[in-house]
Design a protein around this ligand. Sequence first.
Ligand SMILES: [Zn+2]
Length: 317
Amino acid sequence: MVRLKTEDASSHNGMAARGACIMVIFLVVWMGTAGCVVNEPTPKDSSKVQPITVAVTILPQKQFVERIGGENVRVIVLVPPGASPHTHEPTPGQMAEVSTAALYFKVGSGIEFERAWMDKISGVNPGMPIIDSSEGVALIQGGDEEDAAEGPPEQDQIGLDPHIWLSPRNAKVMVEHTFEGLVGIDPGNETQYRANKEQYLKELDALDADISKALSEKVERRIMVYHPAWTYLARDYNLTQIPVELEGKEPTPKGLESLIRQAKESNITVVFASPEFSTKSAEVVAQEIDGKVVLVSSLSEDYLENMRKVATAFAQE
Ligand SMILES: [Zn+2]
């Protein structure tokens, strides 16, 4: 009897379990379907449909914002591909676009585009928070000395080298600001942004280690570059850059002579130029030393990949 009861019970339980199982499947399917319809207008899903518009100055910052914000952000870049943050002027279309942004990440560090245009940008979008990504970066003096002479002495960030993003150690600071800025306007997604940030920081650490390794075996520590964008990279990885261009100007004939002499003394055979800038005087120097011009970008959108390419190019010279 006991055995029979047990069989009955187990068989009953089995049926109940199957029944429950079917019910659960039905409920999941039904809820899933209903969920799609009912949940669509809630704020969480509508944020996926309408990403937050975030404005940045240069292309490498786009990767920082996209890697942390994911699908929640749409990034507009004020200095477009091929343009220079030292000379670019925003178009009326760009001003209209930035007027709709919810947040702006400045490079900071006194880059000319921001010094010239930030007031006008905040003028068309007065409520937009502007985050300075350079806060906490140890800035290097010796950017554009011509501007330093012109500017009022109390105005800081003048005479600083603005190219902070070109060292992964500075990029990590910029990424922290990116995270804090995004959380500031979208605190509901903090957990997700934090996880994304931690992952990206790990990749920047790996990049840092790879660059250290690539450059550690380099014997000649001097590199000749057309535009002196690599000041922070040179500081962090113990290199010296010899710029062809100085203060935004082509070298004088005497300056060219001196560059050619320095290159010969250091057995330099490559002049690194940027696709964003003229290479004319870089070509002249390269010809005189029987060397060549190699293009390395300081403004590429794929920051991680580009920095690896740059380090490899510098290591090979
Ligand atoms: Zn530059």
